[in-house]
Design a protein around this ligand. Structure first.
Ligand SMILES: O=P(O)(O)OC[C@H]1O[C@](O)(CO)[C@@H](O)[C@@H]1O
Length: 545
């Protein structure tokens, strides 16, 4: 048994999870459940009352957090200790949104000063591009930006830009390319004018195959249309921690925005990786996004566990995964602008907590990160919600909705809200056999048919959910929301004693992919690998089945 599963709180939770009444019963006996089990911070309201939890549950979960030294682990992260032990790195995405007068040192340098310099450089660039001062190689103003990156160097900028569509200043349009599939870049380049297009190549390592290949294709397209090598500087900029490699690749040194190895890719939208966001919404709004995230950092660092939003959400996720065998978690956004958020949280959480050994290399004997998935409400209600309500798997859900819409047309928003709240209620209370039968009392069916249909209409309920509300979706509330999920991910990783900041699991596939690439382009047919890999490679070489 690992240390974690031997903790008194873990053992107590194991017994306690079998004793909890149905959520319906908890609500009928606790009239103040909503006010007792909801909290506010940084413009966000969290209702966690529809979770399988009594007062005793909450106190045991907080005890688990304390026994796991969560508080000192939070302090260690903010202080810049080397908590990413397999890569010997500090984890300081929080420094990217810290106030300018804060001092955080890494290897003797005040990194907040470096961050501020980069923000200033971004500000100048945004101003020069959006004011039309920056000209393309034929003297025309830039109208379109193509952002090339993948993983954290793509999802954050793309999804935040999409979410903040109402804040676009209108001077520029931005297109995102990630996939190495040539179709992606080909389709994006269609209709673009090289004279008015600027490429932002985002790669922390500057070694990612997809991003390098897409950038080379973009450069070839640019040169093919009549531009010269000397014109590249006016149309290609990069964001990278590997300045040497970016320069070697041909990006003008003045056009490289730095980032640092103490920022993980999936935590990097707050750095210059967020440049496409700033180009679309302006630097003031980008700073508001940072301010919202900083407010959540302060809340996370300074609020007692019992009222700490990321801690509460992290503990609940762990509660269902470790004690009720929930293997996935669904994020449902009741706002069209937030439709991409589930995919963003998917990378954040699954790349962080999809681990099977503890920090010291011991195999875990408990489950770690669940599958994160989801989509936009109300669409999912006509698709996968069936499984949430009546399937055999327990899938805890997060519902996210702004109280006010950016597009208050007709009855749309009130209908949206009714669906959101109705879904959480249905998940929680379910429908009993007796209730289903009563609903059928006036139908023309005979008794046997009524009983059969009633059986199919039973919904077990007792399905947990959180509801997160905000006044309106703004750069500030979005910043707070994303930081909330970052810290929620941290809480779980800290209790599971895993390293939430490395990603060794993605390496083998890349390594083998390179070897396969050599074989796909070799003169001889593949013989040395397993029969399936050889067979597939040879079919590809042949080009038909
Ligand atoms: O910014 P880079 O170095 O190109 O990496 C892109 C992404 O690739 C990953 O390393 C995973 O393959 C992510 O963690 C990262 O966000």
């Amino acid at each position: 048994m690992t240390e974690l599963t031997q903790q008194a709180s873990w053992q107590a939770l194991k017994k306690h999870c079998k004793t909890l009444p149905h959520l319906r019963e908890l609500f009928s006996t606790e009239s103040d459940r909503f006010s007792d089990m909801s909290t506010q911070a940084c413009g966000l309201f969290l209702d966690y009352s529809k979770n399988r939890a009594s007062k005793e549950t909450m106190s045991l979960l907080f005890q688990l957090a304390k026994e796991s030294q969560l508080e000192s682990k939070i302090k260690a992260m903010f202080a810049g200790q080397v908590i990413n032990n397999t890569e010997q790195r500090a984890v300081l995405h929080t420094a990217l949104r810290a106030p300018a007068d804060k001092v955080i040192t890494v290897d003797g340098n005040n990194i907040v000063a470096e961050v501020q310099q980069t923000l200033a450089k971004m500000g100048e660039f945004v101003e020069s591009l959006t004011s039309g001062q920056w000209k393309g190689y034929t003297g025309k103003t830039i109208t379109d930006v193509v952002s090339i990156g993948i993983g954290g160097s793509f999802l954050g900028p793309k999804i935040v830009s999409q979410a903040l569509r109402p804040y676009w200043t209108g001077e520029l349009n931005c297109h995102f390319v990630a996939n190495v599939d040539g179709t992606s870049i080909t389709e994006k380049l269609k209709g673009l004018n090289p004279q008015t297009t600027l490429f932002v190549m985002s790669s922390k390592s500057f070694g990612t195959q997809e991003t390098l290949t897409n950038t080379l294709t973009a450069k070839a397209w640019f040169l093919d249309q009549g531009a010269s090598q000397a014109d590249v500087a006016k149309h290609f900029v990069a964001v990278s921690s590997n300045v040497a490699k970016a320069t070697e690749f041909g990006i003008d040194a003045n056009n490289i925005f730095p980032m640092w190895d103490w920022v993980g890719g999936r935590y990097s939208l707050w750095s210059a990786i967020g440049l496409p966001i700033a180009l679309l919404i302006g630097m003031d709004n980008f700073r508001e996004l940072l301010a919202g995230a900083h407010a959540m950092d302060e809340h996370f660092a300074n609020t007692p566990l019992e009222n700490n939003m990321p801690v509460i959400m992290g503990l609940f996720s762990l509660w269902y995964g470790n004690f009720f065998n929930a293997q996935s978690h669904v994020v449902l956004t009741y706002d069209h602008y937030l439709r991409g958020l589930p995919a963003y949280f998917q990378q954040l959480d699954m790349e962080s907590n999809g681990k099977s050994v503890t920090l010291n290399g011991t195999d875990v004997d408990y489950s770690t990160g669940p599958v994160i998935w989801g989509g936009e409400g109300t669409n999912g209600q006509h698709a996968y919600h069936q499984l949430l309500h009546q399937g055999t798997a327990l899938i805890p859900a997060d519902f996210i909705m702004p109280l006010n819409s950016h597009n208050p047309v007709g009855e749309h928003h009130v209908q949206l809200a009714s669906n959101c709240f109705g879904q959480t209620q249905a998940l929680m209370q379910g429908r009993t056999y007796e209730e289903a039968l009563a609903e059928l009392s006036n139908s023309k069916l005979d008794d046997a048919q009524k009983q059969l249909i009633a059986k199919h209409k039973v919904m077990p309920g007792n399905k947990p959910s959180n509801t997160i509300l905000m006044d309106k979706l703004t750069p500030t509330t979005l910043g707070a929301l994303i930081a909330l999920y970052e810290h929620r991910t941290f809480v779980q990783g800290a209790i599971w004693q895993i390293n939430s900041f490395d990603q060794w699991g993605v390496e083998l596939g890349k390594q083998l992919g390179n070897d396969v690439l050599d074989r796909l382009t070799a003169d001889d047919e593949a013989k040395e690998l397993d029969s399936s890999s050889n067979g597939l490679i040879n079919l590809f070489r042949q080009g038909n089945i």
